[in-house]
Design a protein around this ligand. Structure first.
Ligand code: ADE
Length: 242
């Protein structure tokens, strides 16, 4: 079954399937051509029920920036959802959202349909969020000019997990966060090497050339654990005694 992704944005051009950008090349493009995913970008502006196709307005209470109005967003969601009978998982990209994780991505890759709202300006009028009750997702603790890049990050992460999206040589089973530790923790990836065996005085770890698959697997898990401990101890959970 083809995953359908709808993106609601005021910059639909960014998602043109032919655009040589993040989604128009490489794995997402190949997955789209193979029929594993289709995406449609809808311009929220097309649903503005005012003379000037306005989608944003000044914030009540004053202050800088503009706020996206309820009506165009609400109407766009209703119209887009009616285009397909499959229920859509509603997602809003926002720095106030839950931090995106591989676990969330895996869950979304199993859904039949995603509807991603990419907000701009200072954000959406809170009331339309309250009515739509989307899953709110952040791609990190920094602020982008809009949710479009965040939506593309999410789409790329989901699409590469669709069955058939990656060739054998690109398998996702050993990615960072897919490597599982002894206590079920998600680990960082281990280091990788390719030819030549020696480069600038640096040799490839002996075990990788040994041909002993069991030893190689053991080494990779140990390296993953070591890296995770060193770089992201938070992934291994709270230290003992807490
Ligand atoms: N929109 C603006 N910044 C964002 C972020 N960090 N994550 C998701 N959406 C955003």
């Amino acid at each position: 079954m083809t995953l359908r992704v709808d993106v609601l944005t005021t910059f639909p051009e960014m998602f043109a399937p032919e655009a040589p950008g993040a989604l128009g090349l490489s794995i997402p493009a190949r997955a789209r051509r193979a029929g594993l995913v289709e995406w449609h970008a809808t311009n929220i502006r097309d649903y503005a029920a005012n003379k000037h196709d306005k989608t944003d307005d000044r914030p009540f209470g004053g202050g800088p920036g503009m706020v996206m109005m309820c009506q165009p967003v609400w109407d766009a969601v209703q119209a887009v959802e009616a285009q397909d009978p499959r229920p859509a998982t509603r997602i809003l990209m926002t720095p106030q959202g839950r931090p995106l994780s591989q676990e969330i991505v895996e869950g979304l890759a199993r859904m039949p349909r995603l509807l991603i709202i990419a907000g701009h300006y200072e954000g959406l009028d809170e009331r339309v969020i309250e009515k739509l009750t989307p899953m709110e997702l952040s791609i990190g603790d920094y602020v982008l000019s809009g949710g479009e890049l965040a939506a593309m990050v999410l789409m790329d992460a989901v699409i590469r997990l669709l069955p058939g999206a990656l060739g054998d040589e690109e398998s996702s089973t050993q990615d960072s966060f897919s490597m599982i530790g002894p206590n079920g923790e998600r680990l960082l990836d281990c280091p990788h090497y390719t030819r030549p065996r020696e480069w600038m005085g640096l040799a490839v770890p002996e075990v990788l050339i040994s041909g002993d698959h069991g030893k190689v697997a053991q080494w990779r898990l140990a390296e993953s654990l070591r890296r995770t401990q060193e770089r992201r101890p938070d992934l291994l959970g709270p230290p003992d005694g807490r």
